[in-house]
Design a protein around this ligand. Sequence first.
Ligand SMILES: [Zn+2]
Length: 195
Amino acid sequence: MASASRRRSIAHRTCAACRQKAPSRDLLRLVQTPDGGVVADLRRNLGGRGAHVCLTRKCIVHALKKHSFDRVFNAQVRYPNADDLLDAIRSSLLQNITTLLASGSASRFLCAGTDASRKCLNEGKAACLLLALDATEKERFDAQAKERSVPTRALPSKDLLGTLTGRRPTGVVAIKDRGLADALMAVVDRLEALY
Ligand SMILES: [Zn+2]
């Protein structure tokens, strides 16, 4: 969609922890529950007043520790455990990655595994590589991708990358479609900010 030049005005919100303004789509939104707690609006479908916080471990932990949402909701909020909240957000992002990879697989935009990924890279068809941190050939793939100016993103393990692609443990997956690669890298970057 090269002609998509219409610009919509983007709503900005303030992070309750660091007070920086950012586009609301880049922030985590939380809403109050009837029992006085807060819950992350991960699917962006919960109504009511929302509190916003950067999608980073630092700002989320800070907001919970300092009770930063009290002011937003004008009430004494019951705060969730930080690890539980971070787990829920990570699970949601991993689900997004699974969905993106499944759509890529259906469209034949993926080359999973060492041989298929290397072929894809050598033929200049890779838009990005997803690499498992424990993949034996990670460094070599990193170097080859760098030579070809192909961006890479790391996921914690072969087991996880395999699960996300619906396969056995997998060390490397090449993504052939630029749009899919960009979408995946954006989610992986968000995931990284939460560890
Ligand atoms: Zn922040």
